[in-house]
Ligand binder design. Structure first.
Ligand code: FDA
Length: 301
């Protein structure tokens, strides 16, 4: 039902213009333009947080649209540099938004353009991870990009059975790895169906990343996991600054500030752009837990 609504233009315009949904959207999405994204970044940075920005759009099957997405990132990076925000703000990129569904080489070339612009701006890029059918391709592209830009970050999803091995393999010097639970609907053959199993896998991956030599980025809002990450970081002798916490824009903002005030690096993932409607609807449709996730954030505002 949610996916049908996501494709229906009448429902889309009703949702887009209803005051309540504009309110909800502005809670989770920074706005539609580069100026909106930069303004949100400025506010977060001024409050002591770091930022990673996501220009919304995914599953592109059109090379021109993929090129437009690259242009949007390049423009954003130029503005972050000009506004002296590049030392606190980087970008997150979904390879499916820059052509991965069409051709892996196209996605690689497009991602390379974004990396070049990030290098010129003095910041970094992290490749988001999408559904499990893209994991190997995304890790291949990551490997290629890292030959030139070793700071390109990876995302690993704890719900995948393979991930503890990927975490161990990627935890090498200079690597940046974001660990999240995973947001897509996946078959049991590849992913743990049970949330308790996902949490256990998350902790195994926390240990693997902290034991390695890379820079771990722990993306979760889960209070229990946040506590465990802090404890495990101490056991592994990691000072604040030797790893970071990451959370989504609009979710648990007080907790973001609390962790930052303790001296931790806390990075907020900030989505922006015109494609917010599909983004929110698809996230909710993909997994019932995602709907609960957004509803909980609305209830706890
Ligand atoms: P989960 O949703 O399981 O919630 C666990 C607990 O956290 C809850 O029981 C509650 O106690 C607390 N909680 C959650 N929301 C709360 C709220 N609003 N208020 C109060 N308490 C709340 N996924 C992916 O597949 N690929 C990717 O590339 C990324 N990238 C990414 C970047 C960043 C920075 C983040 C934070 C997340 C992602 N994700 C992602 C999404 C991720 O996989 C996952 O779906 C969400 O983060 C939700 O999982 P949590 O770990 O937050 O816990």
């Amino acid at each position: 039902m949610i996916l049908a609504a996501a494709r229906n233009d009448t429902i889309r315009s009703l949702v887009a213009t209803a005051p309540v949904s504009r309110d909800v959207v502005s809670r989770f999405v920074a706005g539609e333009t580069t100026a909106d994204a930069v303004a949100a970044t400025r506010r977060l940075v001024d409050s002591g947080l770091a930022v990673t920005l996501d220009y919304l759009g995914e599953d592109t099957t059109d090379a021109i649209q993929a090129a437009n997405t690259v242009d949007a990132y390049v423009e954003l990076l130029e503005h972050l540099h000009a506004e002296n925000l590049a030392d606190r703000a980087e970008v997150s990129v979904k390879l499916s938004a820059v052509g991965q569904l069409l051709d892996e080489k196209l996605a690689l070339d497009n991602a390379a353009r974004i990396c070049r612009a990030a290098q010129a701006a003095g910041t970094t890029v992290t490749l988001d991870m999408e559904d499990h059918t893209t994991t190997d391709s995304t890790l291949r592209v990551l490997g290629e990009l890292r030959r030139t830009w070793p700071w390109v970050g990876a995302v690993l999803q704890a719900y995948l059975r393979r991930t503890v091995d990927d975490a161990t393999r990627l935890a090498t010097e200079g690597s940046r790895v974001r660990l999240c639970k995973g947001a897509y609907s996946e078959p049991e053959t590849v992913a743990y169906p049970d949330t308790a199993e996902v949490d256990k896998s998350y902790v195994r991956c926390v240990n693997a990343l902290l034991a390695g030599e890379g820079y771990p980025m722990f993306a979760t809002h889960d209070p229990r996991l946040i506590r465990i990450i802090g404890e495990r970081a101490r056991v592994h002798g990691r000072e604040p600054g030797g790893f970071e916490y990451q959370m989504l824009f609009g979710i648990r903002p007080e907790e973001q500030l609390r962790l930052a005030r303790l001296g931790n690096t806390v990075r907020v993932y900030v989505p922006y752009g015109g494609e917010w409607y599909g983004y929110l609807m698809r996230r909710m449709a993909e997994r019932p837990a995602n709907t609960m996730f957004f509803l909980r954030a609305v209830m706890t505002r």
